[in-house]
Design a protein. Sequence first.
Length: 311
Amino acid sequence: MKIGILTTGQVDEDKRLVEAATQAGHEITLLKLMKCSMSVCPDEGQIFYDGEEISHSFDIIIPRLNVSYTSYGLAILRQFQALDVYVTDTAYSIELGRDKLRCLQYLMRKEIPFPTTGYADSKDDIENIFKTVGDVPLVIKLIEGTEGTGVFLVDDVKQAENLYATLNQFDAPVIVQKFIAESAGEDLRCFVVGDEIVATMKRESQDGDFRANVSLGGHSSSEELSEQEQKVVLGAAKAIGLNIAGVDLIRSNEGPLIIEINVSPDFCGEQGIEVVTGIDVAAAIIDYAVNGKKLYDQGKGIWLQDDKKAS
Ligand SMILES: Nc1ncnc2c1ncn2[C@@H]1O[C@H](COP(=O)(O)OP(=O)(O)O)[C@@H](O)[C@H]1O
Ligand SMILES: [Mg+2]
């Protein structure tokens, strides 16, 4: 198979995918997103790489899009989809995954558990939704934040409302969320590929921070999920139609709760899921992509391209 990785340059992950694909006997090319361009016209669409046409040069496109390039990345990915090229994740699902609030709305429809969350615009409504969500301490987070930045724990209600209103005012939309105190500083990262959770690790903050993100110094270790937790994790990825996902889960007194679903999740690094669990995540992604392409060609996987899949 000819595989193209549409990448914004997660160097280590890209390298591992190249290794895994080459080992499995496939041809693989790294396509730097910013070197891609396209033309859209009624009779024929085209995609170019460094000026050269690549519209149908690949059997499979695997998107690896960094959050800061989402908009351009999605436009190029949509063009591949429009030209009927098989992609492992659709632009629609990636866009959903980038928006914490939209994501939760899809989870809600499928009755997947997550902490109660509020969203409002006007000052009066902010007071109201804070009451709905519960008592302080409360978590306030940027809808499009990542790596733990833009996630705040506030234990004074006036201060919380003030922070909420200020961030909103500066065009940084935020949600307010019930703080799950019993799981503070601890969460589970579950790496989903297709219908499987290929690896799971527990992350624990090392300095008393309530956020467990590895990017903030969290420590990871291999972990097993209960059957109920597995169901919740797989249901979450499916609810937004994301095939390759980093699903974050916390263990609350009332059972597992989804915190977020990450698009193009990292898997390298000292505290990364491959090193920590010893599982070849890159090989699992390549395997999934190759099988997915075969199903797609048989017409069985056609839904993979359907933007309405996450319904
Ligand atoms: N409602 C919550 N209750 C308890 N801990 C939370 C809650 N929301 C987030 N956290 C902690 O903060 C971390 C970062 O939050 P998250 O929503 O995943 O933002 P980011 O996208 O920046 O990683 C989580 O991994 C978790 O450890
Ligand atoms: Mg997170």
